[in-house]
Design a protein around this ligand. Sequence first.
Ligand SMILES: [Zn+2]
Length: 103
Amino acid sequence: MRADLDRSISILQGEHSAPVVGEGYPQDSADAGSSLSEADRNEAILHSARSQRDGVLAALTRIAENTYGRCVDCGGDIPEGRLDARPDAARCVGCQGKHARRR
Ligand SMILES: [Zn+2]
């Protein structure tokens, strides 16, 4: 999972830094607008891939520390069904709900 995310991130970063418009290419405001929104979209995908990777790395750290499967907020057990659906889940359903509302 982490390797997949690393690969996605490096691909996205490669695309992101590549020049979009060649020199001398006619550039009207519509083109500028569309390339801007594409960069924004790319940035959003990159951001979510990075935060997903952070979640996976945090899960790996918890495995190393033997706290994997325990909620980082209340210390309670995270149900196995939840870990199957979200292997990088750091919180039980209740705490995740509270956490999501805080943001
Ligand atoms: Zn909890």
